[in-house]
Design a protein around this ligand. Structure first.
Ligand SMILES: NC(=O)c1ccc[n+]([C@@H]2O[C@H](COP(=O)([O-])OP(=O)(O)OC[C@H]3O[C@@H](n4cnc5c(N)ncnc54)[C@H](O)[C@@H]3O)[C@@H](O)[C@H]2O)c1
Ligand SMILES: Cc1ncc(C=O)c(C(=O)O)c1O
Length: 311
């Protein structure tokens, strides 16, 4: 008997919602996708279809019986739902409002999970009537391909709810990581430490964007995809880490604000894929081509990594 609830609802169908839904549908759930915007939902149907096609390419396990529906009717989306994933924009007051709407429409035993990138779970739970059923469930983008989910209980989260979410994540073949609550959670703290250093190296003209991407992709990115950081410490040796960190740690970037180069780009309307230009410039069709290459690469890497003995 799968631990995956038979009926699930995804609230918010932007970048993350459709891929989350596709992953759950492939695992056999009836998934209702709700959004306040009909325009967003229309786009979500296409994104869902794309993500489902990618899962077909990946050849991930399929459980028969899955289905999806898209609606702007929150009551219909939540009626009878047994599991809810909130994926609205990263704004705590908006999330609290939406969580209140969800709570008013589901049973007291229904787990409500938030896909927040790093807002403290405890803070969001303060406004809830049944905070014990609320838990962090941080997917990584693209959610239908990155098979690791951070499970973050808040201070009020029932231990049984955390345990149940771990089993739900395992039920659709992903790797759950239970974490203590900390701003940004584990993955984004590591990612943002890396990105802070990367942007600083670009700002100082130490390396070009192409050079930086090559260095990270074929250096630590490649290595860390096979060897986790703690295993790498054992492989390199604590003596090496001590020797290098003794002079290097004080040199690393420690800025606490968003880098000026990024602030300037945003002011110039250069957001990246979303606007056709950011760190790189994209001509007609370039973003779609890049997304196709990124998807093919992640599918190939996932297949290979899944085939090797865990290190
Ligand atoms: N984008 C990423 O790379 C990423 C990765 C992991 C986690 N997250 C987190 O997931 C959450 C969603 O991120 P996203 O990138 O998908 O956001 P997004 O802005 O792409 O999509 C959010 C969706 O929520 C909808 N929405 C807004 N207000 C709503 C409401 N009141 N009720 C219902 N729907 C509403 C919007 O119409 C939009 O379709 C955020 O907390 C974000 O931090 C994002
Ligand atoms: C830059 C960046 N910031 C946040 C997140 C997730 O919360 C991601 C991601 O999931 O990839 C990201 O790339």
């Amino acid at each position: 008997m799968s631990s995956l609830p038979a009926i699930a609802t995804v609230v918010g169908s932007g970048t993350m919602g459709p891929g989350i839904a596709a992953t759950l549908v492939r695992a056999g759930a009836e998934v209702r996708v709700y959004d306040i915007s009909a325009e967003a939902l229309a786009k979500a149907e296409n994104t869902f279809a794309f993500a489902s096609g990618v899962l077909e390419q990946l050849g991930s396990d399929t459980v028969e019986g899955g289905s999806v529906s898209f609606t702007t009717d929150i009551a219909a989306a939540l009626s009878g739902s047994l599991f809810v994933i909130e994926a609205v924009p990263e704004k705590i007051e908006l999330k609290k409002t939406v969580l209140g709407q969800i709570e008013s429409l589901v049973g007291k035993d229904v787990i409500i999970a938030t896909n927040t990138s790093g807002i403290p779970i405890t803070a969001m739970a303060e406004s809830m009537t049944v905070p014990g059923r609320f838990v962090g469930m941080h997917w990584s983008n693209p959610p239908h391909l990155i098979p690791m989910i951070e499970v973050i209980p808040g201070k009020a989260t029932d231990a049984a709810v955390t345990d149940q979410l771990v089993e739900i994540v395992k039920a659709f073949g992903y790797h759950p990581v239970i974490e203590k609550e900390i701003a940004g959670f584990v993955e984004n703290r590591v990612l943002y430490a890396i990105l802070r250093e990367c942007v600083a190296l670009l700002e100082e003209g130490i390396v070009t964007p192409e050079g930086l991407d090559t260095a990270v992709k074929w250096g630590i990115g490649y290595k860390l995809s096979v060897i986790g950081p703690t295993r790498l410490l054992d492989m390199a040796g604590m003596d090496i880490y001590a020797a290098v960190s003794s002079y290097l740690n004080k040199e690393l970037n420690s800025d606490t604000e968003t880098p000026q180069v990024v602030t300037d780009m945003i002011a110039a309307g250069k957001l990246g894929f979303k606007t056709g230009g950011g760190m790189y410039e994209y001509g007609e069709g370039d973003v779609a081509a890049k997304l196709k290459d990124i998807t093919a690469g992640l599918v190939a890497a996932r297949k290979t990594l899944s085939s090797i003995t865990p290190v």
